[in-house]
Design a protein around this ligand. Structure first.
Ligand code: ADP
Ligand code: PAZ
Length: 313
């Protein structure tokens, strides 16, 4: 019998950025710096070198997994003695608020769509499935936005299971960061793609016992990781940048507040939203899901990916 202190082998293999970039093989660079500038989030300094070092090897790996999927489908077809049709390959992208998930997701969408095997790549963010503010207020959840209970989990599950079941198209709600709410009367149409990227803080959440969760439908998942103290800084810096830009739009939820607050008051306000909502959610709900990801991208203090961990078992 093994002694209780014997270590459990890690399911991951870890790469430095230098080692990972060698795995690009001959994957061509299909984006320019100005494409990257359009795709990156506010205050995300990502450059073309990072696309080459980190994201080209990653798209090569994803393409290999995508192609390998047809082998499993053939096995199932043989077993069932009927043809099993392809379903969209679903990639989950998880991680804290302000860690830069949306840049990763948009870059992957642009890069993967340039491969001939899977030209149709859709990107859906889970904020579209948040309850509207009126419902969050009714449930006493307005300061818990982003926590698992602030999402319509049945709608999330219905969406992803219909995608996998081959529904031609679906209409889903639309969340606006500007208005900080679900938009009344607006819908996004999602046509069943070759690849679906499903991005959101809680996509790797485990379901309550006995039920399914969206991650049960993932073919691959990515956790975007960084130290909590770095993400906190990024959140506050981004809040201040938004205050100088998007919050000046009268439609912005934070418009009146941004005008009334002094600079130090704005910093204290951003720090309090971070502390009371986002950091709590990170430590209680998001970070514990990291161990479930197929791949972990670890960012350093300058936002750049430094280390990559890939599940090999
Ligand atoms: N209050 C806000 N107003 C306008 N845009 C915002 C606001 N908060 C976040 N965003 C934008 O929404 C996107 C998603 O942000 P977030 O959920 O924190 O994820 P991440 O930073 O990991 O991509 C980012 O592009 C960010 O710039
Ligand atoms: C909308 C979010 C919950 C992110 O949602 P996601 O797309 O990751 O499901 C987050 O950006 C947010 O607004 N959090 C609430 C606290 C805050 O204002 O930062």
């Amino acid at each position: 019998m093994n002694a209780p202190w014997e270590p459990i082998p890690s399911p991951y293999v870890e790469f430095s950025r230098e080692a990972w970039r060698q795995l690009r093989a001959n994957t061509p660079l299909t984006l320019t710096q100005s494409d990257v500038d359009e795709l990156r989030g506010l205050r995300d300094p990502i450059g073309i070198d990072e696309v080459e070092d980190v994201y080209l090897p990653l798209t090569r790996l994803l393409n290999l997994f995508f192609t390998g999927d047809s082998g499993l489908r053939d096995a199932l077809s043989t077993f069932l003695n009927e043809s099993v049709r392809p379903t969209p390959f679903v990639i989950g992208v998880a991680g804290s608020v302000a860690v830069g998930k949306s840049t990763v997701a948009r870059l992957l969408q642009a890069l993967l769509a340039r491969w001939p095997e899977h030209p149709r790549v859709e990107l859906v963010t889970t904020d579209n499935f948040l309850y509207p503010n009126a419902e969050l207020l009714r449930r006493g959840l307005m300061t818990r936005k982003g926590f698992p209970e602030s999402y319509d989990r049945r709608a999330l599950l219905r969406f992803i299971s219909r995608i996998k079941a081959g529904a031609k198209e679906q209409s889903i709600p639309v969340y606006s960061h500007l208005e900080y709410d679900i938009l009344k009367g607006e819908r996004q149409t999602v046509r069943t793609p070759d690849i679906l990227i499903f991005e959101g803080i809680n996509v790797l959440q485990v379901p309550p016992t006995g039920s399914l969760s969206v991650s049960d439908y993932f073919d691959f998942s990515i956790y975007v990781d960084a130290k909590v103290e770095h993400i906190r800084e990024w959140y506050v810096e981004r809040f201040l940048a938004l205050r100088r830009t998007r919050f000046s739009d009268p439609r912005s939820y934070f418009h009146a507040q941004a005008r009334a607050q002094s600079d130090p008051e704005a910093v204290a306000f951003a720090q309090s939203i971070w502390r009371e909502t986002n950091e709590r959610n990170l430590t209680e709900n998001i970070l514990p899901t990291r161990a479930r990801a197929t791949l972990v991208l670890h960012k350093g203090p300058d936002h750049a990916v430094q280390r990559i961990r890939l599940r090999r078992i």
